[in-house]
Design a protein around this ligand. Sequence first.
Ligand code: PMP
Length: 438
Amino acid sequence: MTTMKTTETQAVKAGHREFLFPCAPPFYEDPIVLVEGQGMDVVDADGRTYLDFFGGILTTGIGHCHPDVVARVREQIGTLGHTSTMYLTEPQVEYARRLAAIAPGALQKSFFTNSGTEAVETAVMLACMYTGRSEIIALRLGYSGRSVLATNLTAQHGWRPLASGIAGIKHVMAPYPYRCPFKSPCDETCVDKFGDDLEDAIVTTTNGRPAAFFAETVLGVGGFVVPPPGYFQRAAAIIRSHGGLFIADEVQTGFGRTGDHWFGIEHWGVEPDIMVMAKTIANGMPLGATIARPEIADAWTAKTISTYGGNPVSMAAAIATNDVMVRENVPRRSAERGAQLRAGLDELARQHEWMGDVRGLGLMQAIEVVTNRESRTPSTDLAKRLHEAAKDEGLLLGLAGLHGQVIRFAPSMLATEEQVADGLERLSRAADVVSASR
Ligand code: PMP
C-alpha cells in the first residue's frame, strides 16, 4: 500500500496552500490526501481507508480503478495517446455510436471535450447557432461549470465569481418540492405554477425568442433536487412553443445514476434537443460530451477544434466504462441499491429531527439538514458537523446546496448490499454524534 510519512502528508497540505489557487477549497477542516482507490474504497496518505459514497463528484460511477477501465486505458496510452480533432480515430467513432444508442430520442451526433463545462458551452453555443437566437433560460440553483458562460448560467451566488457578465441568460424558479412556494407537500398541481414562471420569464425578461431552456434533470450541486412529476413535460412544451430548444444537463444524472434509465430525463419521458454529459462517462478520465439531433449538430458551420477533446485515452476509458455499465446493468443496480439506501436514510431521518428532507432518485440521494422541521431553516453548521462526523467514521460524503446544507450520497453503482449497509451504519453513528452534540 502506498502511504506517506506524516511529515510528507503535512508537506502536501502546506504545498497545496502555497502553490494552488485557493478558490477550489477541499472538503473537511483537515483535508484528506488520497493516494489509492479501489472499488468503493479510497486510502489516504496515512494509510486510513474510507468507504467512498461520493466517488469524486459522482464520477467514479463503477468504482475506483475498475480493472477493465485500467486495462483499456493502459493499452490505449501505449498505442496512441493523442491525435487532436484533426484526425479520425476508431475509439471516438465507436463511443459516439454507443452514446447515440443509449441517448434518448433522435439524439445522434456528439462533440467530445474534456469537461462538463466545455460540454455545456458547446450545447449553449449550438442552440444559439441553430435557432439564430441568443437568450437562454436556466434554473435557479443550477450549476453548470467554471467558465465565464457556465458561471453565468450557474444560479448559486457562491459559484459565481464575477458580476453577471453575459447578457441573455435569465433564471427561473427551481422546481424544489421541499421549498415549494405554492403548496406543501408539493405535487403535480404545482407544475403549472412553475410553468407559469417560465412562461412569464420568456415574455417579460427576454425578447420573446429564447434559444433554449437549459436544466439539470435533477439539480446536483443545488442539492439533489428532484422536480415534481410533469415538470419537464411542461417546461419542454413551453420552450418549444416559443421556438426554443430544450437542453438537458446530464453531467451528474447520466449513465444509470438515477436508476432504471440511462439518463435522468427518461424518468419523465421527455426527449431533449441537446444533452450534455461528463463525470461518470469515462469513470474519472477527463471527458465531456454534447449530443444533439443531427440537424441541430449540423447547424454549427463555423470551424472549431478541441486539441484534447475526444482523445483516444479518454475514449478508450469511456468504451470500457460503457462495457461494464451494460454488462452489469447499472441502471437496474442503481434502482435496487438506491432503494436500500433510501430506506436507510428515511429511517435515520425519523430518528433525527434536524434531517428535514430525504430525496433523490436511484443512487443519487440526499438529506437536507435544517435547524428544525417546523421552520425548515437550512443548517450549514449541522450539515458540516455530519459531514465531518461521517469522515471520522471513515465514510466520505458530498456536501452541497445553496447554504451547504445538503448531504449527498452517490456511491459506485456497483456497490454491494453489504457496502450500502456498511455506509448506512457508519452514517447512523455519525448522526448520533451530531445529535448528542446539539
Ligand atoms: N454541469 C453539472 C450539472 C455539473 O454538476 C458540473 C460539475 N459539477 C458541470 C456541469 C461542470 O463539469 P466540469 O466540472 O467537468 O467542468
